[in-house]
Design a protein around this ligand. Sequence first.
Ligand code: FES
Ligand SMILES: [Fe+2]
Length: 372
Amino acid sequence: MKIEAKAIGADYGLGPHTYPRGWFVIAESKELDNGPIGVEFFGKEMALYRGQSGRVVLLDAYCKHMGTHLAKSTSAHVVSSGNQIVGDSILCPYHAWKYGPDGKLEDIPFDDVCPKSGSIDAYVVKEIMGCVVMWHDPEGGEPDFPPPYLPAWDADNTVPWELDHLGEIPLHNLEILDNICDVRHLGPTHGAPCEYFENEFKNEMVIQRQGGFLDLYQSHLDTVTWYTGPGILLSKQTFGEVVMFEFIAGTPVRDGVTKAWHGALCYSANVPPSEEDVQNARNLQAGVLEAFATDFQVWQHKKPALKVMQTPKDGNFRAVRKWASQFYMPRDEAKVIQDELNGVLPVVDFPQPSMEARNAGFEDDCFKPFES
Ligand code: FES
Ligand SMILES: [Fe+2]
């Protein structure tokens, strides 16, 4: 049964687009190991597969001939015989019309014509950090910012995450983004009341820097957390001797319903990581998931906060929601919002981080836009 939305984007008054522009996780790379899969995001059914060159391809799901889902037949002969993927093209399971990775209809096996109108939409996808991400753009434009990337992902002394698939929740993605400024939930929800806090807005990014004593680990915890667009969060977390990165992704499935993933990238004592290092990393990921799950449980059951009843000493909800609205606006208007917000925004009653904490997320080895 499909999860029903409790509120849709228009209820929050974010902008003219139903779904935001940006990079969004749509699958874990390894989900493609056994052939094409069907995915539903942004209110659309799509077919996702890996071509023979290794390239990942995302197309509209339905064949123009008679509407067959390209990726939801396992028993059709062309599929079960292992012949559905030809180079980087895909054959429809019903009559084998052939679609290229750009969505172009390339061949009708029983006919000499190949009408242009037979083509279907194709979307920009990349693989980063074990995930397939797509560029979603209601205006159909090329990406205007890169997805985020942790160079530590490719280091010899880290253990790559195996993502937790958290499934769908009946909550608009905006309310997950609220977390980036929500200074007042850190004590009551996570048992880590913060001692310093600030947000910084940088065009398509919003950053949170905070630190305090974490009851769960009986240690001081410092975090630098970035959203790159409205779909992907990375957080550098330092407690005691331990440094690790948390990854949270939220992608609209339908209007007001979000699918979420979670992971943690940990350093290992050995190169390459030993079995014990891998186990330690899995345990750490389970620990940070436990902390995140407290938010998740609130989100699963809360009523939509179409407006936050913000008091003077509360987090920067208005600014964060304004930042988020840029992705629901035409690009030209997004720039106006960025220019208005760019800069550091403290919260009343909290000191700002030291220069050291402020720089902690941006050393060369930490965080970069993805470049290829
Ligand atoms: S329905 Fe796809 S080829 Fe006929
Ligand atoms: Fe939280």
